[in-house]
Write a protein that binds this ligand. Structure first.
Ligand code: GTP
Ligand code: MG
Length: 203
């Protein structure tokens, strides 16, 4: 899939404020600071479209980005950031849960795992929940530019084993710095969003 346009449309906290309409949505989930917003920016090749930060907890709302005028990429707040007050963490959890449970437009989820660390208990819980609810999910190992080749191989095995991925389950190594993995993700997103080559030609 070729990206021809991308724009921020809106932030939302609850069902009532999600964008109206039937366009497909693909969401980015993962713990705080794992690289969700950076991945989104790299996918659409626009630095700074989604706000990123060294400080975990940057994305605090559900942000909708319209891509090619055809589907939305949805940047979710991260989970598992201990320094956020419990009350706020609880409100984020509810925000994410409501979106994932109730949003009919949702076609698939990229679950991001930091390639430098083993998946957390919450990562495992999230992945299990997607599977239990038959939501299409693709696991992405982020920040792979920070690892040597042998470290990466080891890390991919740890992620595969912890999540009990089967050999047919894809695990995409990704770097927002080098763009590694970008084409694989775009192919998957295009399939989920039902983008055909005819859509490409018409833009
Ligand atoms: P929250 O919004 O807090 O949930 O975080 P996030 O998951 O959106 O992470 P974000 O994209 O803001 O990135 C967090 C930090 O990791 C930033 O300092 C990024 O520059 C850095 N980062 C993200 N992706 C990569 C990557 O592929 N390689 C490297 N080296 N750094 C990355
Ligand atoms: Mg973010």
């Amino acid at each position: 899939m070729k990206i021809t346009s991308s724009e921020f449309v809106k932030s939302a906290v609850n069902l009532a404020s999600y964008p109206a309409g039937e366009l497909a949505e693909v969401a980015l989930a993962g713990r705080s600071n794992v690289g969700k917003s950076s991945l989104l920016n790299k996918l659409v090749n626009r630095r700074g479209l989604a706000r990123t930060s060294n400080t975990p907890g940057r994305t605090r709302l559900i942000n909708f980005f319209l891509v090619n005028g055809l589907f939305y990429l949805v940047d979710l707040p991260g989970y598992g950031y201990a320094k956020v007050p419990v009350s706020e963490r609880e409100s984020w959890r509810r925000m994410i849960e409501t979106y994932l449970k109730k949003r009919a437009n949702l076609r698939g989820i990229l679950l991001l795992i930091d390639s430098r660390h083993p998946p957390s208990a919450q990562d495992l819980q999230m992945y299990g929940w997607f599977k239990d609810n038959s939501l299409p999910v693709l696991v992405v190992a982020t920040k792979v530019d920070k690892l040597s080749r042998s470290q990466l191989l080891r890390s991919m095995k740890v992620i595969r084993d912890s999540l009990s991925l089967s050999p047919e389950d894809a695990l995409v190594p990704f770097s927002a710095l080098t763009g590694q993995g970008r084409e694989d993700l775009l192919d998957c997103i295009g399939r989920w969003a039902g983008i055909t080559s005819k859509d490409h030609n018409s833009i």
